[in-house]
Design a protein around this ligand. Structure first.
Ligand code: THR
Length: 643
């Protein structure tokens, strides 16, 4: 017999070897139904764990978050098995539960899982879950687990990276995996789940590591919760720039023409042009000189810069032009700007020397990681490189940060975090192996942030190969974290290119480079704007600012056109809707297209030289003179905000 003590202090005697589930049933069958796992003498154990000795027993029921984690870890385990059944070549990587679901990362050498494969994988999952085999989930030490998974280097690395001392080795029908929580061994209860998407995920979350394909899903204990979650995701989708990009005719990406190569449609291009003009003006005012440099260069340039040795995985293969000429699409603009610096001898009087460009570059992102305008293969970076003397670093860093803050204020960007991105010391393939340089530049960057009293978090393995970065991290509507702006310190490339300036002492000195992107790439920045504004852009950014609607095409088109012309002369972006549709339909359309101002013009307006104004999202209408409207909208544009 074993004696079990419950949290209430009550004790019960059972025959030896009774399982947790059976013990729960003895207490109450309805309690047993709700139990997912138990804590036995302080250690979490699955339902089919056998109670062999006297124990303190705490049952965990479905209401607890830990139980939901166990359910999702179990779903993740079966997902791993389903992926392996779907393609036996799949190498399995990270897996488990997350805040809002579960996931499994895999790498299939001959191809990749796409969203189209999710129904087939779901079918395998459903079949597996119905199969009545025993699932074991055995508590074990990390060291034993490392030994158990020694054939899969990824699993071994994952185990080593864990902060806990023990894990669970899970087995089912010959399939083995590990988890950090005990699985829900009554796995036929995994009924309310859904696979949601496929995305790229770097191993251990470090962008310097290999990218796996992540299949993500969610699971709950009831249909109701699954439905509520679906509703929440629906709201997120209404922010999703890919959905809005299509609805509002802003851009498209067609994998048949080129995956990750976006086409900017007129309205999207207008937003981009406004951002480009805005940022160029801002930078010129801040002392940057704008240049244009080529997207193609001799491969040697990227051999000198170090990109070829440390960044090759992200680069397109060189184009062999014959006669030993190899041309490379640039993955970054820094080497081009270095060439601008090198073009003439520089003196200390030229420093800080600030070069900027809306520089187009190409990076070979894995197809699974591509997403609308957020993750692309061709991008235009609002790039800038400042060449400074050692004692100018701090000051220039602060200037860049100030510029960044002004830009954020103008675009109303509030939701972001600062990340100090360091190298991964162990990864000498990705990062220049120079401890002194890294220690110096990392502590300089951290020192500058501490001086400014700004909050940040630190991340290893996120630095550029040539130096540490201050990254500004934002969240996409779908919850992914992306870098928007970046400020980077680089001692390496000036060294490799042997850059010099003549100092006040008449001697040659080595400058330091600060790389920076303020609004980041046009692609990612515009996608961010689409998402934060949900397509309802403030007037200064809206691709169409005014929609003029005649009450009756026959009688009021001329007046509508006249208004359009007048407004255009005032520099506004206007369209007149002369389609053969009813006025109310056109007004609705104007709202669907989220146009800031709709002007309705009929007899009264025509006779009085007025317009009836309706603002996006508002019901009331105001009639005013044309001049008053021009004044109103001009103030709105100048204020950079709809409010
Ligand atoms: N080279 C840097 C980058 O691509 C920019 O200069 C910011 O991240």
């Amino acid at each position: 017999m074993v004696k079990i003590t419950l949290p209430s202090g009550d004790t019960k005697e059972y025959t030896n070897n009774i399982s947790v589930l059976e013990a729960a049933k003895e207490i109450s069958p309805s309690l047993a139904k709700k139990t997912v796992f138990a804590t036995v003498n302080g250690i979490d154990q699955p339902l089919n764990f056998k109670l062999e000795n006297d124990a303190n027993l705490v049952l965990h029921t479905k209401e607890e978050e830990a139980s939901l984690n166990s359910l999702r870890a179990t779903a993740s385990f079966f997902l791993g098995h389903a992926i392996k059944s779907f393609n036996s070549e799949a190498v399995l990587g990270d897996c488990g539960f997350s805040d809002d679901g579960f996931y499994y990362d895999s790498d299939i050498p001959s191809g990749q899982i796409s969203a189209d494969d999710l129904p087939a994988i779901t079918e395998i999952l459903n079949k597996d879950i119905k199969e009545k085999s025993t699932l074991t989930s055995i508590h074990t030490s990390i060291d034993d687990a490392i030994n158990e998974f020694k054939d899969n280097t990824y699993k071994v690395e994952l185990l080593k990276s864990l902060k806990v001392k023990d894990v669970y080795i899970n087995s089912w029908n010959g399939f083995k995996d590990f988890s950090t929580v005990p699985l829900y061994t009554n796995y036929d209860q995994i009924k309310y789940f859904k696979l949601l998407f496929v995305a790229g995920a770097y191993f251990l979350g470090k962008s310097s590591n290999k990218m796996f394909q992540r299949v993500a899903g969610t699971a709950f204990f009831s249909q109701k919760e699954l439905d509520e979650d679906e509703e929440k995701r629906e709201i997120a989708r209404s922010h999703d720039h890919r959905v809005l990009g299509q609805q509002l005719d802003l851009f498209f990406v067609d994998p048949k023409i080129g995956a990750g190569l976006p086409y900017w449609l007129p309205k999207g291009a207008t937003i981009r042009r406004i951002v480009e003009r805005y940022i160029i003006d801002k930078e010129v005012a801040a002392g940057y000189e704008h240049v244009y440099t080529p997207v193609l260069a001799n491969l040697d340039l990227y051999k000198t810069s170090g990109h070829w040795a440390h960044y090759r995985e992200d680069m397109f293969p060189p184009m062999d032009m014959g006669d030993d000429e190899l041309l490379e699409l640039r993955p970054m603009n820094c080497p081009s700007h270095i060439e601008v610096y090198k073009h003439k001898p520089r003196s200390y009087r030229d420093l800080p020397f600030r070069i900027a460009e809306l520089g187009m570059m190409h990076r070979y992102e894995k197809s699974g990681a591509l997403s609308g305008l957020q993750r692309v293969r061709e991008m235009t970076l609002n790039d800038g490189h400042t060449f400074v003397a050692l004692d100018q670093i701090q000051d220039e860093f602060k200037k860049v940060l100030k510029l960044m803050m002004e830009v954020y204020r103008d675009f109303d960007i509030k939701d972001y975090k600062f990340r100090l991105s360091y190298r991964d010391k162990a990864n000498t393939e990705k990062y220049f192996d120079d401890d002194e340089m890294w220690n110096r530049s990392q502590s300089m960057l951290k020192g500058a942030m501490d001086d400014l009293g700004l909050d940040y978090y630190e991340a290893e393995g996120e630095a550029a190969f040539y130096g540490p970065k201050l990254d500004v991290q934002t969240k996409t509507a779908m919850g992914n974290e992306e870098t928007m702006s970046t400020i980077q310190l680089d001692f390496m490339q000036p060294e490799r290119f042997k850059l010099t300036y003549v100092g006040a002492d008449g001697e040659d000195h080595r400058p330091v480079m600060i790389h920076r992107g303020i609004v980041g790439t046009m692609e990612r920045f515009v996608s961010y704007l689409i998402e934060i504004y949900m397509g309802a852009f403030p007037t200064w950014l809206a691709p169409i600012q005014v929609d003029v609607i005649p009450v009756n095409n026959e009688h009021h088109s001329d007046y509508a056109k006249k208004i359009e012309d007048d407004l255009k002369k005032s520099g506004l972006r206007v369209q007149t809707d002369l389609r053969n549709e009813k006025m109310n339909y056109k007004i609705r359309e104007s709202q669907t297209q989220k146009i800031p101002y709709t002007l309705i013009v009929g007899d009264n307006e025509k006779n009085a030289g007025e317009v009836t104004v309706r603002q996006y999202g508002k019901e009331e209408q105001l009639t005013m003179s044309e001049e008053s409207f021009i004044k109103l909208i001009s103030e709105d544009v100048a204020n950079f905000s709809r409010e």
